[in-house]
Design a protein around this ligand. Structure first.
Ligand SMILES: Nc1ncnc2c1ncn2[C@@H]1O[C@H](COP(=O)(O)OP(=O)(O)O)[C@@H](O)[C@H]1O
Ligand SMILES: [Mg+2]
Length: 179
């Protein structure tokens, strides 16, 4: 994938497919530590340890027995190719937490892309779920949660174009404050 924002979209879609109603997305970037970390945490159905092992290492089994896609292995490969790693913690019935870290300055580290745009696509597609988005740099942290605005909206769906546009502006402005 060209941009990490698209990987984030894919990973968060896994969370939605897993029945999560709370999904936390975080992008943590440190020039000082030369790290870029993206994480997606959900309260979905989780995975059994045995299944988790197959998901993270596509080479332990064959395509026939592993009827799953390539979203996670692809992100793992991209992280490892840029001096980082992918970690997943998952508990059946509780949820899943996925973290991909990259050496920020690595030549093969994909660009971050439009994470705020990804966040909008997720809200538009699943307006009843609660999402949080955290953007952290050496300069500080910005956090947005759908629950905050939902409380103010008095039943108006988050997928309303006006609401989405407002959220986008708010997130982009908040993010730019720490960039
Ligand atoms: N957050 C998650 N919660 C529960 N199961 C997950 C989660 N993420 C991935 N999985 C499981 O791992 C499989 C592989 O995910 P992925 O590599 O993204 O491929 P795909 O989504 O195309 O199946 C999914 O089909 C799903 O069974
Ligand atoms: Mg997927």
């Amino acid at each position: 994938m060209k941009e990490l924002a698209l990987n984030i979209l894919d990973i968060a879609q896994n969370s939605i497919a897993a029945g999560a109603n709370q999904i936390a997305i975080a992008v943590r970037e440190s020039v000082a530590a030369d790290r870029l970390t993206i994480s997606v945490k959900d309260n979905g159905c989780g995975m059994e340890p045995e299944f988790l092992a197959k998901v993270t290492d596509p080479f332990t089994t064959t395509r026939k027995t592993r009827k799953v896609g390539m979203g996670i292995p692809l992100l793992k490969m991209e992280a490892e190719m840029s001096g980082g790693e992918l970690r997943i913690e998952s508990e059946k019935g509780k949820g899943t937490s996925l973290t991909a870290c990259f050496k920020r300055s690595h030549i093969d580290r994909p660009p971050l892309g439009d994470v705020a745009g990804t966040f909008m696509v997720l809200i538009q597609g699943a307006p009843n779920l609660e999402f949080t988005y955290t953007r952290e740099t050496d300069r500080g942290a910005f956090q947005f949660s759908t629950a905050q605005v939902r409380a103010l909206l008095d039943g108006v769906p988050l997928s309303e174009p006006d609401v989405l546009a407002w959220i986008r502006g708010y997130v982009e402005e908040g993010e730019s404050g720490v960039l």
